[in-house]
Design a protein around this ligand. Structure first.
Ligand SMILES: Cc1ncc(COP(=O)(O)O)c(C=O)c1O
Length: 362
């Protein structure tokens, strides 16, 4: 009944079980010197088909801020969309940890494009000591608009970045949802497309609290141990973060969880779209739906006990007379909850139609 976010969920039983097993295993060396942590590099290298340097941290904000701090100098600029989590929802953590500044670029369906990046950079005097110097691009996969960059779109940004001497970071808080949605190899939307470092999310997709910074250019990770410790993100009982990631990756749990969440989002969107006055703002490529609901439907759903976020003010354009809402599905969203949501919305739409002046005068 709760469609407000993929972090209102619990945790997947296999991950909880892995934690219990790690706890029962007795003493283990701290600070990542345990056998569970030590096998993560090899495991992720296999999944990404590339050498990697992996650093577990507890939050997505830390993963983003720390990884970006390893890519840019304090006088650098980080190009990201106006909706990017690093810009909107991290309380300036990226700026605090890197010293750099986020340079906002208008997103198209939540995505950066080489054209938009070029336009943003054009007025900046490169090499001028008075100007912040663009140093990295940060893209979010899946995006904050619920869309997904195709391998070709990431590669176009990667090529642009390379040409301009920019590093590339990917905020993959919903990376599993993107890979499951695209059905591609993880390599296709990361290092093969020019991504230097990935914030690989697990929390939203079945873990309790676990994100990993994954470097594809391992030279960039040379001092990362110190950055992580200095930021207070070297967890002493690291094995418990690592056990979550280990279980998340085992038997493709991360992809199965994400595929289920995506499937539930598609089912929900398809069930809503034909109701009167309902409109999607973006394609539903992953597990988030941005939908305009007329007041009758939104109120009916809220009265029916469904939870979801109001995503901003009603539109100024009276032709689109419906407020934007965000609905998020997750690894544990039950098909029955989705169907109940759709049925409640349909019932509310019928009631609203019966109460309309046209129906009264008929
Ligand atoms: C796109 C994106 N990046 C990163 C995060 C990680 O945030 P947190 O620091 O809350 O784990 C989130 C969580 O909402 C997110 O949606």
């Amino acid at each position: 009944m709760n469609f407000s976010s993929d972090n209102v969920t619990g945790a997947h039983p296999a991950i909880v079980e892995a934690l219990a097993k790690a706890a029962a295993a007795g003493p283990m060396p701290p600070y990542g010197a345990d056998p569970i942590s030590e096998r993560l590099n090899a495991r992720l290298a296999e999944i990404f088909e590339h050498e990697v340097a992996v650093f577990p941290v507890a939050t997505g904000t830390a993963a983003n801020a720390l990884s970006l701090s390893a890519l840019v100098p304090p006088w650098g600029g980080i190009l990201a969309t106006d909706e990017a989590h690093v810009e909107v929802d991290e309380c300036g953590a990226v700026e605090a940890m890197s010293g750099a500044r986020i340079q906002i670029v208008p997103g198209v369906e939540g995505k950066l494009t080489p054209e938009a990046l070029a336009a943003r950079i054009a007025p900046i005097r490169l090499g001028d000591q008075h100007h912040v110097q663009p140093a990295a691009v940060s893209l979010t996969q899946a995006t904050e608009a619920g869309t997904v960059y195709t391998p070709r779109e990431v590669a176009a940004i990667g090529a642009f970045a390379k040409e301009r001497g920019l590093r590339v970071h990917m905020d993959g808080a919903r990376f599993g949802n993107a890979v499951a949605g695209l059905g591609c190899a993880p390599a296709e939307i990361t290092w093969k497309a020019g991504v230097d470092v990935l914030s690989f999310g697990a929390t939203k997709n079945g873990a309790l609290a676990e994100e990993a910074v994954v470097f594809f250019d391992t030279a960039l990770a040379a001092n990362f141990l110190y950055r992580r410790k200095r930021a207070g993100h070297l967890v002493s009982k690291m094995r418990f973060l690592s056990a979550q990631l280990d279980a998340y990756l085992a038997d493709d749990l991360w992809l199965k969880n994400a595929a289920h969440a995506n499937e539930m989002a598609t089912r929900l969107a398809l069930g809503l779209i034909d109701l009167p006055g309902v409109e999607l703002d973006h394609p539903v490529d992953a597990n988030e739906i941005f939908v305009r609901l007329p007041p009758g439907i939104a109120d009916g759903l809220k009265a029916g006990g469904f939870h979801f976020y109001d995503w901003g003010a009603p539109p100024a354009d009276p032709a689109r007379d419906a407020t934007l809402y965000r609905l998020v599905t997750a690894f544990d969203t039950a098909e029955a909850s989705v169907d109940a949501f759709i049925a409640c919305a349909a019932k509310a739409a019928d009631s609203a139609a019966d109460a309309s002046p046209a129906a009264e005068s008929a």
